[in-house]
Design a protein around this ligand. Structure first.
Ligand SMILES: Cc1ncc(COP(=O)(O)O)c(C=O)c1O
Length: 417
């Protein structure tokens, strides 16, 4: 509540901040803590040398448009370079099928503006990315959770949820999925489940919003590029709105991402973007374009895959050694995240305070759910800390966890034991 509440719109009053941002801010305020909280890439993986050179060339002054406004759709040479990026993922698209966005986060917000009326339903995975929950929720969408099994989103539950919502006369705007190394679970949806989802969406006339920032970061010891083939690659009938980003593979400071979708949808997104920011940063797009043109990713992607794979191995090794009896998880086969399951008695939202006191931070599970559950889960992002930091962080986490288990033990057991 503030004295300004009476000046706010109903939508303004209902705005909710992102739980991840909150956890990230907490990490910033504790400089000695090891943070497994934010999904930030490791700056060691940024192509500093090449970026320095590109910055000098781009800012040489030979082209004054570098610091000018640009078209809302995006810097045309960058848009013209996207079909090749997409083709490498199996997606056939023309320049006109894409629009640049200021991070995929803006892509999600634009989707919310274009597809969601207040009260419309968005079908999301249980759990799902909190930034999507915030974007869709702040557009006053109703988020309906759909179960996942070991293959990905459950088609049976999806269908049951759709029927229930439609029977209640609610409009279903779209289904939102993160098939590649999902945030927060790290899960890779199987090829078969992707095909089933696309078939279901076509049959039930539902749009799919596919969010794919992590697909290029598969770990070669357990997965392959073929397994990350986007649903969009098989979208012959224009069902899929595909979002991707260079935040995790080049650097999030550029805020360069894009949406590839059927032309009439891209046209609407463009109008929504005009009122959001006129255009994404032109300098950012020029620099990312140069990275693509100079084929910097050809060398850096294999390096990034190896680096994050090593960190994934380090976090698993440390967890097995320090807390193998206290934590369960499935091995992530790419991306940034390990989804940890603790003892039923642990409420990770409460446990976080003890962890912080021990100098380690994570994101509790509940904010990733659109219904009240996830109490004993936590998302550990292994992308940012060094291997040594991971070791220390997991040791601190295990110490805090043992204390928490002892402190929450039923009292008669504590007396008896
Ligand atoms: C699933 C997912 N979608 C979108 C985003 C936003 O990325 P960007 O930096 O491109 O805005 C993230 C960032 O963590 C993410 O994990």
């Amino acid at each position: 509540m503030s004295t300004y509440d009476k000046h706010l719109s109903r939508a303004g009053l209902a705005l909710r901040e992102s739980a991840i941002r909150r956890a990230g801010d907490r990490g910033m305020r504790l400089p000695d803590a090891i943070s497994f909280a934010p999904g930030y890439p490791d700056p060691e993986g940024f192509a500093w040398e090449e970026l320095r050179e590109i910055a000098r060339d781009v800012l040489s002054g030979s082209d004054p448009a570098v610091l000018q406004y640009g078209p809302t759709r995006g810097y045309p040479p960058f848009l013209a370079a996207l079909p090749e990026v997409l083709a490498e993922r199996g997606i056939t698209a023309a320049d006109a099928d894409s629009i640049v966005t200021t991070g995929s986060q803006q892509g999600l917000d634009l989707c919310a503006r274009v597809f969601i009326d207040p009260g419309d339903v968005v079908l999301v995975e249980l759990p799902t990315y909190t930034g999507a929950i915030t974007a869709f929720g702040n557009a006053q969408g109703r988020l309906a959770g759909v179960e996942q099994d070991e293959q990905g989103i459950s088609i049976d539950d999806l269908d049951a949820t759709l029927r229930r919502e439609r029977q209640a006369n609610r409009r279903v705007a779209f289904v939102y999925v993160v098939p590649n190394f999902q945030n927060p679970t790290g899960m890779l949806m199987t090829r078969q489940r992707r095909a089933e989802l696309l078939e279901w969406a076509t049959r039930r006339d539902v749009l799919i919003v596919e969010d794919d920032p992590y697909g290029a970061l598969y770990f070669e010891d357990v997965s392959t590029a073929a397994e990350t083939r986007p649903i969009k690659a098989d979208d012959a009938k224009g069902r899929v709105v595909y979002l991707s980003s260079f935040s995790k593979t080049i650097a999030p400071g550029f805020r360069v991402a894009w949406i590839t979708a059927p032309a009439p949808i891209v046209a609407k997104l463009e109008i929504a973007k005009q009122s959001a920011d006129l255009c994404s940063g032109v300098l950012d797009q020029r620099m990312v374009f140069e990275i693509l043109r100079r084929r910097v990713l050809d060398a850096s992607l294999p390096r990034l895959r190896a680096m994050y794979q090593e960190k994934r191995t380090a976090v698993e090794r440390a967890l097995r050694r320090e807390a193998g009896d206290l934590v369960r998880w499935t091995t992530p086969s790419g991306g940034f995240f390990l989804w940890a399951t603790f003892h039923d008695r642990i409420d990770t939202g409460v446990f976080l305070d003890r962890a912080v006191a021990h100098g380690v931070i994570f994101v509790p599970g509940s904010p990733f759910y659109v219904e009240p559950r996830g109490r004993n889960y936590a998302r550990l992002s292994f992308a940012t800390p060094s291997v040594a930091g991971i070791e220390t962080g997991v040791r601190r986490l295990a110490t805090a966890l043992r204390e928490e288990i002892a402190a929450t033990a039923p009292s008669e057991r504590r007396v008896a034991g």
